[in-house]
Design a protein around this ligand. Structure first.
Ligand code: NAP
Length: 352
C-alpha cells in the first residue's frame, strides 16, 4: 500500500513518444507537475506539441535531457519525484538490422539505468513500467499452450530471442530485470502495464511510430489483396495512458496488468475504416497463409514468424486491470475511427 503525493513532480521517461505524450497530457490536464525526458533538448520540434499542451493545461511541464544508454542521465529529472513512469523504449517490428543494438540494449540497459537511478533517489516510492503483452507470449501459437486458451498475467514469454522476435525479447528481458531489481529493495514498489497493440489518435504528426505505420500501410493498399489471418489484442492509447496514471496513484494496486480492450483481426480493423471511408483500398478477405509466407521476406517478415503467428487467434484476459485499477476501455470502433480520422485531418493519410 503506497499513497503517492500528487503535489510532488511525476517523471515520465521519453515524453516525445506516441504513448508517453498522452501520459504527459493527462497528467497536465489533472493539474500535476510533470517532468519528462527527451534525447536531445535542442530538437525542439520533437516536443513542441508538449510545450503547447502545457500552456493550455492546469499543470506544469519541465523538460530534461536523458538517454537510456547514458548512465546517470535520468538523475536530475528524477530528483524529488515520488512517482516514475518509465515508458521510453524502442518499439520496432520491421527493418531491424542489429537487434541487440537497436532493441535489446536500449530496452534492457535503459531499464537498468533508470532503476539504478531510482535506487539512488530517496524520494521515489513507486515505479510504473511500460512492458507489453509480448512479455507474456512470444508467438501467437503459444496460445495453444495456455490452460484455458487465454493469456493471463501468470504467463511469460519464453520463446523469443535476439534472432527470433527481437522486440518481444527486448520487452520480456526488460520487465524481468525490473522485477528482479524491485525485489532486492523495499522503498519503492513496481507496477507493470502490459499493453496490447496500441492504436488511437496521436498527439503529433510523427509517422515513425509502428502504430501509425500500420494505419498508413492499411490506407496505402498494401493489404488490399488480403490481410494476414488471426486476431491481435488491441487497446486505445488514451486508455493505456490512463492505466499508467491509475497504476501510479492507486494505493493498493500491484503486479502486472494486461491492458487490452479487444481481440480483433486486421479485417475487422479494415471494416471499421471502410464503414466511414469506403474509398480506401482496404482488404476484404484474409490472404492464404501459404501465400503470405511466400511474400513475407519481401515485406519485412521471416517465414518462421509467419509460421508461428499468422492464423492464430490471440485471446487476452483483461479482468485483472479492470478490478485492480477500475479502468473501463473505449470501444475498438472508436479507437480505430478516431485514429484514422486524426491521420486524415493531419494530412498523414491522403484520400485516394
Ligand atoms: P514510440 O512512439 O516509438 O516512443 C518510444 C519512445 O522511446 C520515444 O520517446 C523515444 O525517443 C524513446 N527512446 C527510444 N530509444 C531511446 C533511447 N536510447 N534513449 C531515450 N529515449 C529513447 O513508441 P510507443 O508506441 O509510444 O511506445 C512506448 C512504450 O510502449 C515502449 O516501451 C513500447 O515498448 C511500449 N508498447 C508499445 C505498444 C504499441 O503498440 N505502440 C504496445 C505495447 C507496449 P525519441 O523520440 O528520441 O526517438
Amino acid at each position: 500500500m503506497k499513497t503517492i503525493d500528487r503535489t510532488k513532480p511525476v517523471l515520465v521517461t521519453g515524453g516525445t513518444g506516441y504513448l508517453a505524450s498522452w501520459i504527459v497530457k493527462q497528467l497536465l490536464d489533472d493539474g500535476l507537475e510533470v517532468r519528462t525526458t527527451v534525447r536531445n533538448l535542442s530538437q525542439k520540434d520533437k516536443y513542441a506539441h508538449l510545450t503547447a499542451l502545457a500552456v493550455k493545461s492546469k499543470g506544469v511541464l519541465q523538460f530534461f535531457e536523458a538517454d537510456l544508454l547514458k548512465k546517470g542521465s535520468f538523475a536530475e529529472a528524477m530528483k524529488g519525484c515520488e512517482l516514475v513512469i518509465h515508458t521510453a523504449s524502442p518499439f520496432k517490428i520491421s527493418g531491424i538490422k542489429n537487434a541487440q543494438k537497436e532493441l535489446v540494449e536500449p530496452a534492457l540497459e535503459g531499464t537498468r539505468n533508470v532503476l539504478e537511478t531510482v535506487n539512488a533517489t530517496d524520494s521515489v516510492q513507486r515505479v510504473v513500467l511500460t512492458s507489453s503483452v509480448v512479455a507474456i507470449f512470444g508467438d501467437a501459437i503459444d496460445i495453444q499452450k495456455t490452460k484455458n486458451g487465454i493469456f493471463t498475467e501468470a504467463y511469460w514469454n519464453t520463446t523469443s530471442s535476439a534472432g527470433h522476435q527481437p522486440y518481444p525479447y527486448s520487452k520480456v528481458q526488460a520487465e524481468k530485470l525490473a522485477w528482479e531489481m524491485a525485489e532486492k529493495q523495499s522503498r519503492w514498489d513496481l507496477l507493470v502495464i502490459n499493453p496490447g497493440f496500441i492504436m488511437g489518435p496521436s498527439l503529433t504528426k510523427r509517422t515513425d511510430s509502428t502504430s501509425v505505420e500500420i494505419m498508413i500501410q492499411m490506407a496505402s493498399g498494401k493489404f488490399k489483396t488480403g490481410a494476414p489471418a488471426g486476431n491481435m489484442s488491441f487497446v486505445d492509447v488514451r486508455d493505456v495512458a490512463k492505466a499508467h496514471i491509475l497504476a501510479g496513484f492507486t494505493p493498493n494496486a500491484s503486479g502486472r496488468h494486461i491492458c487490452t480492450s479487444a481481440d480483433k483481426s486486421f479485417l475487422e480493423l479494415a471494416d471499421v475504416i471502410r464503414a466511414e471511408h469506403p474509398e480506401f483500398p482496404l482488404p476484404k478477405k484474409f490472404v492464404p497463409k501459404w501465400l503470405f509466407s511466400l511474400i513475407a521476406p519481401l515485406i519485412g517478415f521471416t517465414r518462421k514468424y509467419v509460421k508461428l503467428n499468422v492464423g492464430f487467434d490471440l485471446k487476452m484476459d483483461n479482468s485483472y486491470i479492470k478490478k485492480d485499477l477500475g479502468i473501463e476501455f473505449l470501444p475498438f470502433q472508436k479507437t480505430i475511427s478516431d485514429h484514422f480520422n486524426q491521420l486524415l485531418a493531419d494530412g498523414i493519410i491522403k484520400k485516394p
